[in-house]
Design a protein around this ligand. Structure first.
Ligand code: TXA
Ligand code: MG
Length: 359
């Protein structure tokens, strides 16, 4: 299949024909990669089971992993969700359009092929002019997971989507780098108090300020989560992962730098090509084959924005092994550490001066 790629970096009226063409593709059951403020999505008509099936095929995604449905106006919410609690309406008013997905009981019309067989549906209104315009133009709801091959880091640039999806989908709308870089916060509104199933840019604290108590799915914080089933099916898979083995090193920063340097020397002596995920403050202290700075340790927004691009860059530079510093795991930092741990697929390595232990 020939994948059409349109660059739409600043949406104005001159792009209407491209948006109309993308809307036609969706209405005919095709796949269009769409920009959002979090990561690129792989979109299809949410009400068309056959179109949803194409998403699973293109991504190589397990069929029990449900898709998020994207809407452009609140009136679309009633078409796909029922028993919408007042708290959800309040959250929608405050955070939509934005990086918040809410889980509701689904309406009959939403096919089980979109929801991975669940009676619930995840809904969000993305904050991106191109995709909002596309949804309005097509006048449908768009089911869209992140537009990566299953298991790989989510795409934050059109080039990442091209890497994974070229030749497999009908169209890519390239709107440049995404703003946030990490997937939306998911909150289950079918339970009381509401429960965070995936941490993201909108933190527990931000939600609680608006609707009071919110809980976090206990599976998110477990050191060995394989023993308990997370409520968002997607959170049980190793995910966001670069091809090389990734070890995340925690502890005071001097011990982390010292331990990474020692491991790096050992692995290089074994003939391995070593990648190091560093920060502006530490990057000059390392002698890895590929040292990439993710930004300043003190700026979580930059770290979130760069994380997936940096992980993909290690793949491109074909390193055998990666060491990463850990980051502060509070508030938005919790979402960043959640993705980094999933990318690693194993517990953090705890560094202490002179000694080191696996936590
Ligand atoms: O920021 C985002 O949310 C991006 C952009 C494209 O909108 N989308 C995204 O989709 O991250 P995806 O498919 O990569 O991740 C969706 C997550 C999965 O972990 C899935 O299991 C969970 O949402 N999910 C979706 N519907 C659900 C439901 N009804 N119940 C529980 N979890 C659900
Ligand atoms: Mg994903």
């Amino acid at each position: 299949m020939n994948t059409i790629i349109y660059k739409i970096h600043n949406l104005d009226e001159s792009f209407v024909p491209q948006i109309q063409q993308a809307a036609e593709v969706l209405k005919c059951g095709g796949l269009v990669a769409i920009p959002t403020e979090t990561v690129y999505g792989l979109g299809a008509n949410a009400m068309d089971e056959k179109a949803a099936a194409k998403i699973y095929a293109a991504k190589g995604r397990p069929s029990d992993n449900p898709l998020i449905v994207h809407i452009a106006k609140e009136s679309q919410l009633q078409k796909i969700a029922k028993q919408i609690p007042g708290k959800a309406r309040t959250l929608a008013q405050v955070f939509w359009p934005g990086p918040l997905t809410m889980i509701f009981w689904k309406q009959e019309e939403v096919p089980l092929g979109t929801t991975g067989g669940l009676e619930t549906v995840g809904v969000r209104m993305p904050n991106h002019p191109v995709t909002l315009r596309l949804i309005e133009e097509a006048d449908i709801c768009i089911a869209a997971p992140s537009a990566n091959l299953s298991g790989r880091p989510s795409p934050t640039r059109a080039e990442h989507v091209i890497e994974d999806m070229d030749g497999k989908i009908d169209m890519i709308l390239d709107a440049g780098d995404t703003g946030i870089g990490l997937e939306s916060t998911i909150v289950d509104m079918t339970v009381e108090p509401p429960m965070i199933l995936r941490p993201g840019y909108i933190t527990k604290e931000m939600l609680e300020e608006v609707i009071g108590q919110v809980r976090i799915d206990p599976a998110i914080h477990l050191k060995h989560p394989e023993n308990i089933q997370p409520k968002a099916p997607g959170m049980k898979y190793r995910h966001y992962a670069p091809k090389a083995e990734l070890t995340v090193m925690e502890g005071d920063i001097d011990s982390v730098v010292e331990t990474i340097c020692r491991f790096c020397r050992q692995e290089k002596a074994n003939g391995k090509r070593v990648g190091i995920l560093a920060t502006e403050e530490t990057k000059d202290k390392y002698l890895g084959d590929v040292v990439l700075s993710i930004g300043s340790r003190n700026n979580v927004d930059t770290i979130g924005k760069n994380l997936y691009a940096v992980l993909r860059e290690f793949d491109r530079q074909k390193v055998d092994i990666i060491y990463s510093e850990a980051f502060i795991g509070e508030q938005y930092g919790q979402a960043i550490m959640n993705r980094l741990k999933k990318a690693s697929g194993k517990p953090l390595f705890h560094c202490q001066r002179g000694t080191h232990t696996q936590s």
